[in-house]
Design a protein around this ligand. Structure first.
Ligand code: BGC
Length: 437
């Protein structure tokens, strides 16, 4: 069997985007429940009260994934479903639900993977400052301890925090995601605490030696608009922000303040021993990349001195997300990561493309075909890639974009909640069947 044939294929979903059942069987409110109440923040004025109703239809979705030949089902746990107030009492109905999901995966022969945090913080904790409050390091580690106690007997692969840069950037800097906070101070404090929490969460899970524990990193290739010193320096700053800030402290390299001077302010939040505490030796890294950004230097954007040059301005076609579709980012980041540590296993823990409602699904197939070419090329260069998880199975709640972008390989009828395989799902099934031939 070639290295390519040995890759494992799976899919990723997230609680707040799929589960629905937002206020039943003991679940407490999350920051996304609160954020979507102010519906003007969501493009189509929607919310995730029902979402794809995964809470009631998990069997159907897991069956679908298995029938396509997928071997891994990565889902996230909703913190407020397990601990409605964020700390304190555990909701046994919530624990039962995830036990059912895990057991059903195992029953149909698909490996369950857990993400401990995919952005749905309990609102009660946000009321106390959320990630800007250093206490969250304890709140989070207590939560992870509970997850370990209940699920680590059957779930071997764990991802701690999904895409720190996106949830901190969107939620605490730009205010476009829950909890809608803005400003550099919020961002810097929240980032430091999130990374500390992730490091401590790692240590909690690794008390159980046989677990494989990693993180999922958002990566965006950054390029200068023009070949000028100004634009090149701007690209270095934004690259440090987007592609290094949430990685290098864990590798013991500290924060990238030389290339991103504003981040020096983070030292205000240090306590003795923090830099040492941030170091962790993840068992694997999850890479997630969707697009590329081009930036130019400018003096009037505070802190960063850089602005994005939108794809439209560059005459580049975009997906319904307004993103340049950029499968070339996959081999680029896999190779770049492999340089940090040549032996560490890498996974593509999310990978996908959004289409508009009536767009031809052939575009998604062509996207995945390019992804495959990229994966083959890095395997030939010796990169330790283990597998790929598609984003995502069923069309779902795409955060501030509502239900407009369709990332699923399975279509969701929003009224009836009926699932229908798209052309790309059928293509994938056929592809996976033939892969070993
Ligand atoms: C996130 C998903 C999101 C996807 C597409 C990733 O950043 O983990 O929750 O839906 O990208 O935007």
């Amino acid at each position: 069997m070639s290295k390519f044939q040995k890759l494992l294929w799976g899919c990723t979903i997230a609680a707040a985007q799929t589960e629905g059942a937002y206020n039943i069987e003991g679940k407490g409110p999350s920051i996304w429940d609160e954020f979507t109440r102010k519906s003007y923040k969501i493009k189509d004025r929607s919310n995730a009260k029902i979402a794809t109703d995964f809470y009631h239809r998990y069997k159907e979705d897991i069956d679908l994934a298995a029938s396509l030949g997928l071997k891994i089902f990565r889902f996230s746990i909703s913190w407020p479903r397990i601990i409605p107030h964020g700390t304190g009492d555990v909701n046994t109905k919530g624990v039962d639900f995830y036990n059912n999901v895990i057991d059903y995966c195992l029953k149909v022969g698909i490996q369950p993977w857990i993400t401990t945090y995919h952005w749905d913080l309990p609102q009660k904790l946000q009321d106390k400052g959320g990630w800007t409050n250093r206490e969250i390091v304890n709140w989070y580690t207590d939560y992870v301890e509970i997850l370990k106690e209940h699920f680590a007997d059957r779930v071997k692969y764990w991802i701690l925090i999904n895409e720190g840069v996106v949830c901190m950037g969107g939620g605490y800097f730009l205010g476009v995601h829950a909890p809608g906070k803005r400003g550099i101070r919020n961002f810097i404090a929240a980032t430091h605490h999130l990374l500390l929490a992730q490091a401590e969460g790692f240590r909690v899970l690794k008390q159980k030696k046989d677990l494989q524990v990693g993180t999922a990193i958002s990566c965006t290739k950054i390029e200068p608009y023009r070949d000028t010193i100004n634009d090149r320096k701007a690209a270095i700053r934004i690259d440090a922000l987007m592609n290094r800030l949430f990685i290098e402290p864990h590798l013991g390299m500290g924060y990238p303040h030389e290339d991103l001077p504003i981040i020096s302010r983070i030292s205000k939040y240090y306590q003795e021993g923090d830099l040492e505490r941030l170091k962790v030796d993840f068992d694997f890294w999850g890479i997630q990349t969707y697009t590329r950004e081009v930036v130019k230097g400018t003096w009037y954007i505070p802190y960063l001195g850089a602005m994005l040059v939108r794809p439209k301005k560059r005459n580049v076609k975009t997906s319904i997300m307004g993103w340049e579709t950029y499968p070339q980012g996959i081999p680029y980041f896999l190779e770049r990561f492999a340089k940090y540590d040549t032996k560490k296993p890498l996974w593509l823990t999310e990978c996908g493309m959004a289409l508009a409602k009536d767009e031809d699904d052939q575009n998604r197939i062509e996207y995945y075909q390019k992804v495959i070419i990229g994966m083959k090329s890095v395997l030939d260069k010796g990169v330790n890639l283990k597998g790929i998880l598609l984003w995502t199975l069923v069309d779902n709640f795409e955060w501030a974009e509502g239900y407009i972008p369709k990332f699923g390989i399975v279509e969701l009828d929003k009224k009836t909640l009926k699932r229908t395989m798209k052309k790309s799902a059928l293509w994938l099934k056929e592809y996976l069947l033939n892969i070993e031939l």
